[in-house]
Design a protein around this ligand. Structure first.
Ligand SMILES: [Mg+2]
Length: 276
């Protein structure tokens, strides 16, 4: 079944839609069938929606650029990245007045005061794990030393992703989650336990933030569309939202049919719309 047909028949059951981007609306620079049509339909009907991304490395403006080049018009305010959660989280926990240490590169971090200078780590009230190229050895050694003395300081990780495909090298890049778990393991082997705070899918923070922005209280009326069982589907199910899997990304039909528990999609769709 196509998601567009499901939406036309069942849209009365939903108040809002959350979209994953890669593998769901686009694959790299290529627009997936029906994606632009469904977005236009939602705009026409006044149905609120957000693009939900675990990409903390690019800004929301850059994400809009990627979507536009593929053929989907998007505004910055329609993109929720894992980092969108950060300013509110910092405010709620009283961290917003402190200095944050940023390991690597990050997209939108709001008004937070940041440093990437390991010599200033002692002044920092929290650590943010980033991505991109940086002197990881110097930074990791400084972080391990810091957390050995301050295991209670927040270690905030934008997404739990282990790796990501590096289009420029054809190889892999180590994700923020993968880096954070390496640091955590090294600390564990030295007898110090730390617990990273993850912001992105499948963790709750990004879904709570999106539901708040949508103003929808009955979360079962939010349709979440994605291509990953472990990220999009698990996250939506655990957040009490309606999970819809599209088979245009990383999940095969067999994997989808065999998924169970929190990984099981409520709906499985071959694509959003008909191919050309
Ligand atoms: Mg995806």
């Amino acid at each position: 079944m196509l998601l567009l047909d499901f939406w036309r028949a069942e849209s009365v059951r939903f108040d809002a839609v959350l979209f994953d981007i890669d593998g769901t609306l686009v694959v790299g620079p290529r627009l997936l069938p029906g994606a632009a049509e469904l977005i236009s339909l939602l705009r026409h009907d006044g149905t609120p929606f957000f693009f939900l991304t675990n990409d903390g490395d690019h800004t929301r403006r850059q994400k809009c650029g990627f979507l536009l080049r593929a053929g989907i018009e998007a505004e910055e305010r329609e993109v929720i990245s894992c980092l969108s959660v950060l300013p509110e989280l910092a405010r709620r926990n009283g961290w917003e007045r402190g200095l944050f240490f940023r390991a690597g590169r990050l997209g939108d971090t709001g008004d937070l005061e940041l440093t990437s200078d390991p010599a200033r780590l002692e002044e920092c009230s929290a650590v943010l794990m980033g991505e991109g190229p940086y002197d990881w050895r110097t930074t990791w050694e400084a972080l391990i030393d810091f957390f050995r003395h301050h295991p209670e300081r927040p270690f905030i990780v934008p997404n739990p992703d282990t790796c990501w495909p590096n289009a420029s090298t054809g190889g892999i890049g180590i994700g923020a989650g993968g880096q954070a778990r390496c640091i955590r393991l090294l600390l564990h082997e030295m007898g110090t336990e730390i617990e990273p705070i993850y912001l992105g899918k499948p963790y709750r923070a990004i879904y709570d933030y999106a539901a708040g922005r949508l103003g929808v209280t009955d979360r079962s009326r939010i349709l979440c569309v994605g291509d990953s069982l472990a990220s999009d589907i698990r996250g939506a199910n655990n957040a009490g939202m309606y999970s819809a899997l599209v088979l245009t990304g990383i999940t095969s039909e067999q994997q989808a049919q065999q998924a169970f528990g929190e990984f099981r999609p409520r709906g499985i769709f071959s694509a959003i719309g008909q191919g050309a």
